[in-house]
Design a protein around this ligand. Structure first.
Ligand code: NAD
Ligand code: 13P
Length: 347
């Protein structure tokens, strides 16, 4: 049963700023200042979030108790935040990326490189559009991705973890991103498979929802391990159907199996799905998200819907029973128990 606030979940955007800020100060090849666009909010005491971040050096709403680094400057003005920047790091819940890219269209000029830490995708008439592609198409710039087993509050207190940078063409650009993010407690590996890395980060959120159902129904570790295995197999199968260039080896990087494990053990998607199953599907994900995450956002429920749309459109539903069952449970068409009531088709 869910009781009270869940303070242990952290915000990846703020932790990413902290990682970058420490390296920007240390490495001469980067400017010291890290300008961080923050969606402006008014706090209960009437102060603006960006003012408080700049005064206290903490994101008091989304990552309280962690100093970001004195060279981080919060800016509520998106256009101003990107002015003259030649390296753009995107970290926001995926549902906001369409609007952000629209606002930035034509505002990003010169030799600019981007990296997306956003786990998610958009579904357009033509099919799925990964967030790195959205950035490239809308802003006319190259975009790498960084994904991995990266529960934010653990990295915030500098516990060791790994991550994967996915790149399309230039290894040199990938190495620059690796330099910008790497610390002794954050080990980053470049992989020449942008789609594979990004699809791992995106699809594992659907598997995490399934793992949460298993936990909510108290089905035990063997069942959860089975769900993780089947989930990983569906992740690989769908990634390869969408992008035949995706490599098997990518699923053994931090962005693959490691992220499936950490998210199914300790993530927000798992936690909220657990509460959903405990309520017998009676409490909606929207209600639980608002109550349990206090402004933070789930990615798995909307990704399950987006994946379902793609599967339905392509006639692949039967090949992906786990993915399609998760969506049907989220929408109330099936009971949470259905998470183990399907035949395990060979995806
Ligand atoms: P979050 O889930 O904490 O969501 C809150 C963030 O959304 C805040 O930064 C807030 O300023 C912003 N926001 C709220 N309303 C907005 C709006 N209308 N427009 C734009 N932004 C708005 O965010 P997060 O944890 O930084 O997650 C961002 C991405 O990073 C997601 O794709 C997530 O899957 C991924 N990610 C998260 C973690 C984690 O542990 N938190 C780890 C790895 C990857
Ligand atoms: P949640 O959004 O489920 O917390 O997952 C965080 C994550 O992506 C860890 O790598």
């Amino acid at each position: 049963m869910y009781m009270g606030h869940l303070r242990k979940f952290g915000n990846w955007g703020s932790v990413a700023a902290k990682l970058i800020a420490s390296n920007a100060l240390k490495l001469p090849s980067f400017h010291d200042e890290v300008r961080m666009w923050v969606f402006e909010e008014v706090l209960p005491n009437g102060e603006k979030l960006t003012d408080v971040i700049n005064k206290t050096n903490e994101n008091v709403k989304y990552l309280p108790g962690i100093k970001l680094g004195r060279n981080v400057v919060a800016d509520p003005d998106l256009e101003n935040a990107v002015k003259e920047a030649n390296m753009l790091v995107f970290v926001t819940p995926h549902q906001f990326m369409g609007g952000i890219c629209k606002k930035l269209k034509g505002k990003v000029t010169g030799e600019v490189e981007a990296i997306s830490l956003v786990k998610g995708m958009e579904v357009k008439k033509e099919g799925p559009c990964m967030i790195s592609s959205l950035i490239s198409k809308e802003l006319g710039i190259n975009s790498c991705v960084l994904m991995g087993a990266n529960i934010a509050n653990e990295i915030a207190v500098e516990k060791f973890s790994e991550a994967t940078v996915g790149y399309r063409e230039s290894r040199e650009i990938a190495d620059t991103w690796v330099q910008l993010f790497s610390t002794p407690y954050f080990m980053v590996t470049p992989v020449h498979d942008v789609e594979g890395v990004e699809l791992c980060g995106t699809l594992k959120n659907v598997v995490a929802i399934a793992a949460g159902f298993v936990d909510g129904l108290d089905m035990g570790n063997n069942t959860k391990a089975a769900i993780m295995r089947i989930g990983l197999r569906e992740m690989r199968a769908l990634s390869k159907l969408l992008f035949p260039s995706v490599k098997d080896s990518t699923f053994f990087e931090s962005c693959g199996v490691a992220d499936v494990i950490t998210t199914c053990l300790g993530g927000r998607n798992r936690r909220v799905a657990e509460a959903f199953a405990q309520s017998g599907g009676k409490r909606s994900f929207d209600e639980l998200e608002a109550k349990m995450l206090q402004g933070q956002k789930l990615q798995g429920v909307s990704t399950a819907r987006e994946v379902y749309e793609v599967l339905n459109h392509c006639g692949w539903l039967e090949m992906f029973p786990l993915f399609s069952t998760v969506h049907q449970i989220c929408t109330g068409r099936l009971k949470p128990e259905a998470i183990v009531h399907y035949r395990d088709h060979k995806a």
